[in-house]
Design a protein around this ligand. Structure first.
Ligand code: HEC
Ligand code: HEC
Ligand code: HEC
Length: 92
């Protein structure tokens, strides 16, 4: 029974997770586009806990996003503008 509940919760969260997640500072993250065979399972980014990522922010993103793009030699340019589409970053 516990397992069934977990599966239902996972499916529910799956359908609520938007395709395109607008992150802060002008970063548009194609969540769905990252849920591919190539990138791997949810756990690659979420670990054991599906949902908001604990301590998500610059530190997490710059480590995980950029490292993986370097690893695959794919994704946006690793320069700031590759991910940050607005200039608000420069204004803070
Ligand atoms: C390449 C990394 C990556 C992969 C793979 C990934 N996610 Fe995410 N996911 C994120 C990021 C980044 C966020 C936003 C983090 C935050 O705000 O804490 C997020 C947020 C979410 C949220 C919360 C959405 C919201 O609007 O609050 C759910 C639910 C979720 N993901 C489910 C999944 C599931 C299910 C899978 C696998 C099918 C998956 N994710 C695969 C990176 C990923
Ligand atoms: C585990 C590996 C992995 C992680 C983590 C990851 N990416 Fe990617 N990303 C990829 C790959 C592989 C592609 C190329 C996908 C393709 O086009 O088939 C990509 C493509 C992209 C693109 C290009 C446009 C697009 O959506 O196709 C953007 C922008 C991007 N990633 C942003 C991010 C951001 C922001 C994060 C962190 C929140 C992130 N990625 C985390 C592997 C990763
Ligand atoms: C692979 C994509 C990617 C690249 C490349 C990238 N960033 Fe980011 N950056 C992010 C993401 C994702 C966040 C977190 C967004 C959020 O918290 O919703 C972020 C957050 C930030 C923040 C916000 C810190 C805070 O106040 O929380 C700053 C400043 C920043 N980046 C500067 C830079 C600079 C400067 C560069 C170039 C040297 C750069 N970024 C390159 C994805 C990227």
């Amino acid at each position: 029974m516990k397992k069934l509940i977990i599966v239902v919760v996972l499916l529910a969260s799956y359908s609520f997770a938007g395709d395109l997640l607008p992150l802060k500072h002008g970063v548009e993250f194609d969540h769905k586009g990252h849920q591919t065979k190539k990138v791997g399972m949810c756990s690659v980014c979420h670990g054991e806990h599906i949902g908001k990522i604990d301590g998500f922010g610059k530190e997490w993103a710059h480590t995980h996003c950029i490292n993986c793009h370097k690893l695959y030699k794919e994704g946006p340019p690793t320069t700031c503008g590759g991910c940050h589409k607005t200039m608000s970053l420069l204004r803070q």
